[in-house]
Each structure stands twice: as C-alpha cells, then as structure tokens.
Design a protein around this ligand. Sequence first.
Ligand SMILES: [Zn+2]
Length: 293
Amino acid sequence: MYLGIDLGGTKIAAGIGDEKLNLDKTIQKPTPQKREEILEEIRKIAEDFCSQFEIKSIGVGVPGAVNNDGAVVKIPNLEGWDNFPLEEKLNSMLPKKTYIENDANCAALAELVAGAGKKYDNFIYITLSTGIGGGIVIGGEIYRGAEGTAGEIGHMIIDVNGPQCGCGRTGCWEALASGTAISKLAKETPEITEEGKEVNAILAADLAEKGNESALKIFQKVVEYNAIGISNLANILNPQAVILGGGLTKRTKLVFDPLVEELKKRNVNTIIEKAVHETGVMGTIALAVKNTT
Ligand SMILES: [Zn+2]
C-alpha cells in the first residue's frame, strides 16, 4: 500500500491505495493556519496510517510550485512556505520515504499511472477548475523544466488586453476561463441570478444548461479561450493526447463537447480525453507509486 497526503488551502485529505490506485481508507482534516501546525498534522496522519497498514512510501501534494530539490517555491494561499525544503523536512519526520510534488503534476501522474494517460507516453493534463493548472508528461515522466516549475499553463497569455490575473499580469488563461473568472463575470451579469442562491460559476453553469442566454454567452467565450490555450499547447508539444480534469470538464454538454468541437474547427487533431481520477489524494498515491515501483 501507498499513502497519499494532499495538502490543500482549506483541507488536508489523505488515503491509501495500491499500484493500480484502488483506493482504500481516506480521511480529511481542516488545514491549520501555521506551517508548523500543518507539518504536525501531516506527521500525525502518516503515523496513524503507517501503524495500521503496511505502507511502502508516501506521496505529498502541495498547492504551489515545487523545485527540483523537493523544496516548496511558494504556496499562493498559505503563508510561510517560500523556499521551504519540505521533502527533506518530511523525510526527517515521517516513518517512510516521502516524495513531494505540485498538485497538478500529481493529478497528471494519477492519469499516467492508472488513468486516461496510461496508454500514452506524451500527454498534457489540464485541470479546468477554480484555477487552471496542468502537468506535462514527456516520455512517461513529468516535464519539470530547469527549476521544476514547468507546466504552469494557467498563466499562458490568451488575450493581452484581458483581465488582471492573480499573478500580476493580464489576460492569462486562468483570468479568462477558470471557475474564478466565470464567478466574477457572473456577478457582473444581472441576468445570472436565482433566489436563495449564491452567484458563482456553479450557478452560471446551471443556468446556462437551462438556456439562460447571458450565462450561455459566458460559457461560449470560456470554451473559446480554452480552445485557444489547448491549441497553443498542442502546437508547441504535439502531445498524443490532452486529458482534461476539474469541475468545468464535468459539464459535458456545456463545456467538454463544445470544446472538442471548437478544437476540430481550429484543426487541432489531438485526442481529447476526460480524466479518470478527480481527487487530489489519487495523485499523491500515484506520486508514491511512480517513485517506488
Ligand atoms: Zn496569470
């Protein structure tokens, strides 16, 4: 068995699974504020699992960039993690060999090890969710780049005159087509409203699926921006496939199918597949499996 621990901005999820990512026991804890408290929580979780099960190794996913030496470069929503040597620290604290990786790369690994990417050596995993992230697999390995931060596809510029992005630039893919971007547009659109419901990307998608014209317009643009981003990537990397995960991808008729159509119109012939694994924990177990077997 392998233990996966997915550190998120609001929760820490953990679980165990085998080489084929058959998931067994999982747990969830709220993410504490301070770094030391988070490390302590991870230690408790690991010791608890390792005392009950035969664990070969541990994978830990973090919601930020990780360099090639296993140090966290930065976690956007948590303080005190800049340039923190997390892999080294965890290996001094935890009972089994531990690997760390950026969460989007973990998700790509889940597809590679036992998901939609199993039959490919070269593919791009893209999560269309609250944010837009990705993992690039070349020759059966994550492409990490010179410093380990490759694959930040959400910050590819799609429209130079586009809205401000959290990274400081304007017109990034994420600023135009992520769940956060859709929520922002929905709040600026008076027609997107339903009594007793919060106006966000989920409501916008629900209304668009019911035929709300204003909401549909937002999603038509979202599909177009996603198609531009994917076609740029396909042109550069010529992958065997693009594997899409994240909440937006699950909206088959509203997002996934129109996106496949839009790509065909743009002469992008890359195979587009849906991701099989949707939880962060699967990716962290895949990280442990990939490094151990
Ligand atoms: Zn950006």
